[in-house]
Design a protein around this ligand. Structure first.
Ligand SMILES: *Cc1c(COP(=O)(O)O)cnc(C)c1O
Length: 374
């Protein structure tokens, strides 16, 4: 069994993917070819915003968002303590201070109350300028944007949506990648919508911000290619990846998103009485980047993981270390305690999930898990 079965997906989509790839090969238009713009148009339409700018990966999508708003030295950027490293790495790389905020115990997403406390703490200390929030759509479920947007408005903070795991999710009728001032996503192969290498995109409704992103992503270019009006980076999605993504986006919207939700429901129906299963809040729709259960403690998690492993069932611990405990951030001041994030690091376990998983495979995981619990 595979944790995320990309081989099966490839077998399903093989004729279309090979046609798309060979089209790019014969055109030799490897950078900024027609499929790139076509993909940007389709992604913006799907998400429901005016602009999508593709880039090289999800990490640089976050970096481009920070560049567009001039976030850097002296700025405080509020990030959840329980997420992938890149969410805090990019603000730190730009010279800003990541301020780690605890997460909600049921959704594992940024806790709005703790967020406001952290903002007030930074304000009262008076050393940093509170500038931005990066909210993460962890494991496929949107953060609590209704509450977070209110806090962003109250304290005049820029809101960045880190939707690297969130593409395809919804809050009410609004799709992930459309919240806040700007959103970043990733097309890393194992993300909800993945390409065949690295890829990413930035989304915004604001024309001026979109223009800035297009400039920053290509060495700060001005009106033409060899005029550079600002210091930027080089971050592009290549044409081959765009061509692959055009095929995969069809599959994603036509059946994969629904199929992965069916698989998640199979799990929850069978596991609900045994372990703590993922909570998708009322009005939210997840794209299930991960299906993450919680065990009682570190020992239980270890025994369940070993039992599953013995039967060839792969599992992952996302995440074993909260951000403020990462060695790279050891020198940063700690503004808030994050007990929920620390507890999650000891108890979470992500199970195999993907749109092509069968009911039988789910049953197999569940049976082994039951044995591991004894
Ligand atoms: C994967 C991920 C990223 C980074 O995306 P890459 O394409 O791997 O650079 C950023 N944030 C979160 C929450 C992620 O899961």
């Amino acid at each position: 069994m595979l944790f995320r079965d990309l081989k099966q997906q490839y077998q399903m989509l093989k004729p279309q993917i090979e046609k798309a790839v060979s089209g790019v090969l014969s055109d030799c238009d490897f950078i900024a070819g027609a499929p790139v713009r076509e993909l940007e148009t389709r992604l913006a339409e799907y998400v429901g915003v005016r602009h999508c700018i593709t880039c090289a990966n999800g990490t640089e999508a976050i970096e481009l968002a920070l560049l567009a708003f001039g976030i850097g030295r002296g700025d405080a950027v509020f990030v959840p303590d329980f997420t992938f490293f890149a969410t805090a790495e990019m603000p730190a790389a730009r010279g800003a201070m990541p301020v780690f905020v605890d997460v909600d115990a049921s959704t594992f997403n940024l806790d709005p109350e703790k967020l406001e406390q952290a903002v007030l703490h930074v304000i009262s200390e008076g050393r940093l300028c509170p500038r931005a929030i990066i909210a993460v759509d962890l494991f496929g479920q949107c953060a609590d944007y209704r509450a977070i947007m209110a806090i962003a408005a109250k304290y005049d903070l820029i809101l960045i949506e880190d939707a690297a795991q969130g593409f395809g999710g919804r809050l009410g009728e609004q799709r992930a990648c459309s919240f806040g001032d700007i959103a970043a996503t990733s097309f890393f192969p194992s993300k909800p919508l993945g390409c065949y290498g690295d890829g990413g995109a930035v989304f915004t409704d604001d024309d001026r911000t979109a223009e800035l992103i297009r400039s920053f992503a290509v060495h700060g270019r001005g009106m033409h290619k060899y005029e550079n009006v600002r210091v930027g980076i080089n971050s592009r999605l290549d044409t081959l990846q765009a061509a692959v993504l055009l095929v995969k986006l069809n599959a994603f919207t036509n059946f994969e998103l629904e199929a992965v939700n069916t698989v998640a429901n199979w799990y929850t129906d069978r596991l609900g009485d045994l372990v703590s299963t993922p909570v998708v809040k009322m009005g939210f729709y997840s794209s299930w980047a991960q299906y993450t259960i919680q065990l009682k403690n570190l020992e239980k998690r270890r025994s369940v993981q070993e039992r599953l492993n013995a039967s060839g069932i792969p599992t992952m611990v996302y995440y074993p270390k909260s951000l403020h405990r990462q060695p790279a951030f050891a020198d940063l001041p700690i503004y808030e305690k994050c007990p929920v994030a620390e507890h999650l690091c000891e108890t979470v376990l992500s199970l195999p999930i993907h749109p092509y998983m069968t009911k039988r495979e789910v049953q197999e995981v569940v049976s082994c898990l039951k044995e591991g619990l004894q």
